[in-house]
Design a protein around this ligand. Structure first.
Ligand SMILES: [Zn+2]
Length: 329
């Protein structure tokens, strides 16, 4: 019997500035043929070459050809126009107004839909992960960048310009740290992976003796992971950096909860995978925030704050879910 088109799998692609992950996702969210290749980020054409290569490698690994899939969903960093299929701006990819959808459809000869990568992550968690069972949720992605997206009544909420949830570049009023966006004191300048690492590097360079340097050797080698490890072993400098990041992120969760008033918040991204130091710091910060607010504290007290359950497969599942969300109507 011939398989109905609607039952065919979808290829999900998570496009990052350094790596591209792709996998074939079936109707119930099982992934086969998952591959990860480095991104050739020299220009838009080489990035599209890398995406094409990842899709073809994934299909080959799953033993399929492009006529045996419904289409391709892609999660792309930065500002995306999902309707026009254009990657508008991305600091990670360094491109500007690239008609990603049209160019990929020409290369791969199947329908492609694109979405902001955090939006894809949010939809993935909502359908297959820690957000299952909630009609509305906010997904806060913590990694190289910090950004959120909301799912409202089961649908991804994009806002007017596709940037609803871009909380990483609002000022936290906590100092004057420079942010890579050119602004000052952004949430991302305190609580992203590179920001956590940079604060530890600065502390070590300022002569603050710490376990941090023992774990790696030189200040430049310190990563967010090093900071979490040192904090878990009782290092004061590392602990204070994680606590401050947690406090700022808790404030972000509180703002998101006040804006969207969703049933749950899901924390995802590389900074909460495998290690729980940052999650603990966020929860401690939340407790403080709720106590400070006699008005919203009692309302938001019981709101579940969950950690992503999808781990490495999450972005690929989310990207595939983007395709399905565009074709279900
Ligand atoms: Zn910024």
């Amino acid at each position: 019997m011939k398989t109905e088109k609607s039952e065919l799998p979808v290829v999900g692609v998570d496009v990052g500035g350094t790596k591209i992950a792709a996998g074939v996702v079936d109707a119930v969210g099982r992934i086969t043929g998952q591959v990860k290749i480095p991104t050739d980020a020299r220009n838009a054409t080489t990035i599209l070459d890398s995406i094409e290569q990842a899709v073809r490698a994934s299909l080959e690994a799953a033993g399929l050809n492009s006529s045996q899939i419904k289409g391709i969903g892609l999660g792309i960093p930065g500002v995306v126009d999902p309707v026009a299929g254009v990657g508008m701006e991305s600091a990670n990819l360094g491109w500007h107004n690239v008609p990603v959808q049209a160019l990929l459809e020409e290369r791969l000869e199947v329908t492609c839909y694109i979405e902001n990568d955090v939006g894809a992550g949010a939809l993935g968690e909502s359908l297959y992960g820690a957000g299952r069972g909630f009609e509305s949720m906010v997904y806060l992605s913590l990694g190289t960048g910090v950004a959120a997206r909301a799912i409202i009544k089961g649908n991804l909420y994009r806002g007017t310009h596709g940037v609803a949830g871009e909380i990483g570049h609002i000022s936290m009023g906590a100092g004057d740290r420079a942010c890579r966006c050119g602004g000052k004191d952004c949430l991302e300048a305190w609580a992203s992976g590179p920001a956590i690492a940079a604060q530890a590097q600065e502390a070590v360079q300022a002569g603050k003796g710490s376990l941090l340097i023992e774990l790696v050797g030189t200040a430049q080698e310190i990563t967010a992971e090093t900071v979490f490890e040192a904090a878990s072993k009782g290092d004061r400098v590392a602990f204070d950096i994680v606590t401050l990041a947690g406090r700022n992120l808790a404030q972000a969760v509180f703002i998101l909860a006040a804006l969207y008033d969703t049933q749950a918040v899901v924390l995802g991204g590389g900074l909460v995978q495998g290690r729980d130091e940052l999650v603990k710091a966020i929860r401690a910060g939340m407790e403080y925030q709720l106590k400070q607010s006699p008005l919203f504290g009692p309302v938001l007290e019981g709101m579940p704050v969950r950690v992503s359950e999808l781990k490495n497969g999450g972005p690929v599942l989310g990207a595939a879910a983007i395709f399905n969300s565009r074709t279900k109507r």
